[in-house]
Design a protein around this ligand. Structure first.
Ligand code: FAD
Length: 250
C-alpha cells in the first residue's frame, strides 16, 4: 500500500482494505473513493465501487489508473489507458473475469473533513420522508450524499434512519428532509474527518447499526435492514450519459 501525495494517487495490492488506504491518505488531506472500510480495495474497485464520494467523483472503477494482473495464460502485464486499453476498459466493472490483479493504481481526492452522521426517527414518518426524499434528492449538490434506511432493532420496533456524508456544510439543504423525518430519537450530524465518516457517531445510532449487523450474523429474523434508498445521480448520472453518447456514436 503506497500513497503519493504529489500525484494524488495510491497503489494497493490484494488484501488491502479501504481502511488501510483511508489511513494512509488522510495525513495528506486526501481520500479514496472507498466504501465500507472493512471491504477489500481490489474486489470493490474491479466491481465498480459506489461509496460516499461517488456522487462527487464517480465510481471507484473510473478512478483506476492502471492494473497489474496475471492473465489466464499466465502473463504478467499492466493494463492502463495506453497499454492493453481494451483489457483496462473491461477490468473497470468486469470484476475478476479478466485475470488476477496483483496491484491497482488509482486516484485520490482532496477530501479531509466532512459533515456526517446518522439520525434515527420514528418509523411512522417513513412514508412521508421517502415521499419528500424522492423530490428532494434530485435537487441536491454533488457534494452531498445521503441514504434513507428502514431498520428493525432486535426485538424492537422498526425505525427510520437517515445517513449523511457531505463534503460541504449541509445544514440548510438537509432541513426539508429532517423536517419530514421529525425530531430524531437518537444520533446527529457532526463535522469529522473523512476517515470517521463511514462510521456513524458513537451514540445510539451506531449501536442500532451494530445490533442489526449482529442479529444478521446470527440470522435473527426479528432484526433486519428492511430497505434502503441511497442517493445516486450527479457524477453517476453524467457517467451514464457519457456512456450512452459513446454507444450511439460507436
Ligand atoms: C459490509 C460490506 C459493505 C459493502 N459496501 C459497499 C458499498 O458501499 N459500495 C459498493 O460498491 N460495494 C459494497 N460492498 C460490496 C463489495 O464491493 C464487494 O463485496 C466486493 O467484491 C468486495 O471485494 P473484496 O475484495 O473484499 O471481496 P472478495 O470476496 O475477495 O472478492 C470479490 C470478487 O472480486 C474479485 N476479486 C477480488 N480480488 C481480486 C483480484 N486480486 N483480482 C481479480 N479479481 C479479484 C473476484 O471476482 C471476487 O469474486 C460491500 C460489501 C460488504 C461485505
Amino acid at each position: 500500500m503506497h500513497v503519493d501525495p504529489l500525484t494524488r494517487t495510491a497503489s494497493a495490492e490484494p488484501g488491502a482494505l479501504w481502511s488501510d488506504v483511508i489511513a494512509a491518505a488522510a495525513p495528506y488531506g486526501l481520500a479514496p473513493l472507498s466504501g465500507t472500510p472493512s471491504v477489500g480495495v481490489t474486489g470493490y474497485t474491479l466491481g465498480g465501487g459506489a461509496g460516499w464520494l461517488t456522487r462527487l467523483y464517480g465510481y471507484a472503477a473510473d478512478s483506476l489508473l492502471a492494473a497489474e494482473l496475471v492473465t489466464a495464460d499466465g502473463e504478467l502485464l499492466t493494463a492502463d489507458a495506453d497499454s492493453h486499453p481494451d483489457l483496462f476498459w473491461a477490468l473497470r466493472g468486469g470484476s475478476g473475469n479478466f485475470g488476477v490483479a496483483t496491484r491497482l493504481d488509482f486516484r485520490l481526492y482532496p477530501v479531509e473533513r466532512v459533515a456526517a452522521g446518522m439520525t434515527m426517527h420514528a418509523f411512522d414518518r417513513a412514508g412521508d420522508t421517502l415521499a419528500v426524499y424522492r423530490e428532494w434528492a434530485m435537487k441536491q449538490p454533488d457534494t452531498l450524499n445521503t441514504a434513507v434506511i428502514l431498520i428493525r432493532m432486535p426485538g424492537g420496533p422498526p425505525m427510520l434512519a437517515l445517513r449523511v456524508v457531505s463534503v460541504e456544510d449541509a445544514g440548510r439543504t438537509l432541513a426539508p428532509l429532517l423536517e419530514a423525518a421529525g425530531e430524531p430519537i437518537s444520533g446527529g450530524l457532526a463535522e469529522m474527518t473523512f476517515a470517521r465518516a463511514p462510521r456513524p457517531p458513537a451514540d445510539g445510532a451506531e449501536h442500532a447499526v451494530r445490533a442489526v449487523r449482529r442479529a444478521d450474523r446470527r440470522r435473527d429474523r426479528r432484526a433486519a435492514r428492511l430497505a434502503g434508498r441511497r442517493h445516486r445521480g450527479a457524477a453517476l448520472g453524467r457517467r451514464h450519459a457519457r456512456a450512452r453518447r459513446a454507444d450511439r456514436t460507436s
